[in-house]
Design a protein around this ligand. Structure first.
Ligand SMILES: *Cc1c(COP(=O)(O)O)cnc(C)c1O
Length: 374
């Protein structure tokens, strides 16, 4: 049994959507527990940027809050403002990309903590604190070797002076690892060394360093607060080892048409695939607009009853065509659900076939699926 009918809660099929995205909040919470225990002496935050990697920031953040998580990271201020509406006041919300000019008052009034990535941002926030006549919280991010976001470590001395003289309450310092998913990367050790130097320069301030991958690099990487994202959602934190996380997402999509075609028939846009023999084909109702990357053309597969059904021809906007010749003739028909993500095909499998990473698959899943939370 593929288990599809048992899994998808098919009562929902009446609303006309052809794809069913199931998000297992129980598995999410168990992944949070696992990440918390891996970093036993540190706290685990939750990174819920990009709508919790496409899974629904509201549902995800609330489930994790109930489990005890109090620290939530997003990338942009508008994401934090939305989250603020439905999460309890004692949850801390941090904006990783920092403050945009002019956002100070909005940020301060909503009780959101900006991650300060540059000296101008520091001054901006510090001035906002002076004019508000109250202490405003912030996190300082240093660039320890990724050249993406954060203060250059050489500004540490200047900052240490500025902190003393300002109304900004620095909650902790942080940095981000560029190669955390590579267990034996020397860049991890280089960044750790730099982070340690910074921690010594800001004695008394906590450190946040590890994302999902960093949590699995050992205690020296954990600091006081870890920031897992992908591992919460079932993605593999480290490359090349067995994924220790529980899958959170399953995706089942309905067959919208089946046909039998003779040998030599062109399939899909560009006629790029030509059947090498008589084939039975099924058209499945999700395409690149639903986050099945076009790079899956002639490469990926879906599953039914444990049988692999290869994608033939190009991925269209709203559909893909798969070869169902390997199934008994009457096994599937119009309306049957096939597995895109589930027990037979993991997030990592699909990402690999598409030539991308689990993060891009999740954040691309699109808005046309019927979503069910369990
Ligand atoms: C996205 C992000 C994370 C989470 O990373 P994962 O690899 O998904 O665990 C943590 N920290 C920063 C700064 C990020 O941008």
């Amino acid at each position: 049994m593929g288990g599809i009918d048992a899994r998808a809660g098919l009562a929902s099929r009446q609303n006309g959507q052809s794809g069913y995205l199931t998000i297992d909040l129980g598995a999410l919470v168990r992944n949070y527990d696992q990440l918390s225990s891996v970093v036993a002496s540190a706290k685990a935050a939750a990174v819920v940027k990009a709508d919790a990697y496409g899974l629904g920031a509201r549902q995800v953040a609330n489930a994790l809050y109930e489990r005890g998580c109090r620290d939530f990271f997003v990338a942009q201020l508008p994401e934090a403002l939305i989250l603020r509406e439905f999460i309890a006041d004692d949850a801390d919300l941090y904006v990783l990309n920092g403050l945009q000019p002019g956002d100070e008052i909005t940020c301060a009034e909503a009780n959101i903590v900006p991650v300060i990535n540059s000296l101008p941002q520091w001054h901006q926030w510090s001035r906002a604190a002076s004019s508000a006549k109250r202490r405003l919280p912030a996190v300082l991010q240093f660039d320890t070797g990724m050249s993406r976001l954060g203060l250059p470590p050489c500004e540490q001395v200047q900052l240490a002076g500025l902190i003393v003289a300002s109304d900004v309450e620095v909650r902790f310092i942080m940095s981000h690892l560029a190669c955390a998913d590579e267990l034996d990367s020397v860049q991890n050790a280089d960044q750790l060394l730099e982070m340690r130097r910074l921690a010594d320069a800001f004695l008394g301030l906590d450190v946040s360093f590890a994302n999902s991958g960093g949590a699995f690099l050992g205690r020296s990487y954990h600091g006081a607060l870890t920031r897992p994202g992908i591992a919460l959602y079932g993605g593999a934190p480290s490359a090349g080892t067995k994924n220790p996380m529980e899958p959170v997402v399953s995706l089942d999509v309905a067959v919208v048409q089946t046909r039998i075609v003779p040998s030599g028939t062109k399939v899909g846009y560009g006629g790029a695939f030509v059947t090498p023999r008589e084939m039975r084909l099924a058209t499945i109702g999700a395409g690149y607009a639903d986050g099945l990357p076009r790079s899956l053309s002639d490469r990926g597969a879906v599953f039914y009853d444990g049988v692999r059904l290869p994608i033939v021809g190009r991925v269209s906007m709203d559909s893909i065509t798969v070869d169902i010749s390997g199934l008994p003739a009457t096994a599937i028909g119009h309306g049957t659900l096939v597995e895109v993500l589930g027990p037979n095909q993991s997030l990592e499998d699909l990402a690999r076939d598409a030539g991308t990473i689990s993060y891009e698959i999740l954040t691309g899943l699109g808005s046309r699926y019927h979503r069910q939370y369990r």
